[in-house]
Design a protein around this ligand. Structure first.
Ligand code: TXA
Ligand code: MG
Length: 313
């Protein structure tokens, strides 16, 4: 495995590795992705192996613009509007899969829909453009673990299983993309993420529905226990009890505690969340007590990840 700062040369090398069927970890504005050529079944199979990911869990296809996305998914008026408003950026649209998409059926886990996203991170965009293939990429962590927001997290989790790691520094948002499905008539929020629900609802002029059994494929991102550190989590804690370390939020947090955002800024908290969970794990603490996080804006996604990290395993 090779890891390199994302220089022009390193990106070109990574693009060649993708074209040759290899696995490249690369930064996005949300978290690091583990990329492979989405049209190459053998390459996509390696993603599932490297992550230890169940094959029924479909992957997001990353493309460099909306026009390219139209080769793979069927866009209706709402999809076009959301793409125009939020791409490039941390929104994934789940759309009906085009029959002539040419994507490996492993990418979509055999579903008749496809998750598409145009990242805003310049390194990611350059890589996708140069690879000249659609790039299937889940978060670059072992299945069920905390998502990586730095290249070192990828190396620690997946080290020898990746051909190349492009180091682009810390991810800006620090939380995965928001996933909206437009396959069932009414738009559904499959996963809260870096784009707040409120922004999408304002653009649509309607509320996002919650996923219901049949509309929602079995997917670990939506499973109860996911995004989990080794330590147990206790949520909505005011203070740390004996044997716990505290993950603070806001000005009320005791001095000396690791604080997601001393000023109470939810975006800052999102960017710090996964890295801080890893840090507290490294202290060897058995339990992490997490202070309450407001549930509006990107706070909804933070609380979603915390709930899954705290779920019984
Ligand atoms: O921010 C992100 O979205 C990151 C970066 C790398 O782009 N990727 C990411 O991928 O979080 P992953 O695989 O960790 O989560 C993707 C989620 C999964 O929960 C999967 O089930 C869902 O997207 N998904 C993908 N395609 C789908 C489809 N056709 N229908 C429903 N859900 C889908
Ligand atoms: Mg993931």
């Amino acid at each position: 495995m090779q890891s390199a700062a994302a220089t022009r040369e390193a990106i070109a090398q990574a693009a060649e590795i993708l074209r040759a069927g290899g696995l490249v970890a690369f930064p996005t504005e949300t978290v690091y992705g583990l990329g492979a050529d989405a049209t190459n079944g053998m390459a996509v199979a390696r993603i599932y192996e490297a992550k230890g990911r169940p094959r029924f869990n479909p992957l997001i296809v990353h493309v460099s613009n909306a026009e390219e996305a139209r080769r793979y998914g069927a866009f209706d008026g709402q999809a076009q509007m959301l793409a125009a408003r939020f791409w490039p950026g941390p929104l994934t649209l789940v759309l009906p899969l085009r029959e002539d998409s040419g994507l490996s059926s492993l990418v979509t886990a055999g579903l008749s829909s496809v998750g598409l996203r145009v990242p805003s991170n310049e390194i990611a965009l350059t890589l996708i453009r140069q690879a000249r293939v659609p790039v299937a990429a889940p978060s670059a962590n072992r299945s069920g673990h905390v998502s990586p927001t730095r290249a070192q997290h990828v190396a620690a989790d997946l080290g020898g299983r990746v051909d190349f790691i492009l180091d682009g520094g810390p991810c800006e948002a620090g939380l995965e993309s928001t996933i909206v499905s437009l396959t069932s008539g009414h738009p559904v929020l499959l996963r809260p993420g870096a784009v707040p629900r409120e922004a999408i609802e304002a653009a649509l002029g309607t509320t996002l529905a919650r996923p219901q059994g049949a509309m929602c494929p079995e997917s670990p991102g939506q499973l109860a226990s996911h995004y989990a550190p080794r330590a147990r989590l206790r949520l909505n804690a005011e203070r740390a009890e004996e044997g716990e370390v505290l993950l603070g939020f806001g000005p009320e947090a005791p001095e000396g505690a690791l604080n997601l955002s001393p000023g109470g800024d939810l975006r800052e908290a999102a960017a710090n969340l996964f890295g801080y969970l890893r840090k507290l794990d490294e202290t060897g603490a058995e339990r992490i007590a997490v202070m309450p996080i407001p549930d509006h804006g990107v706070g909804e996604a933070i609380n979603d990840r915390l709930k899954r990290a705290a779920a019984p395993r």
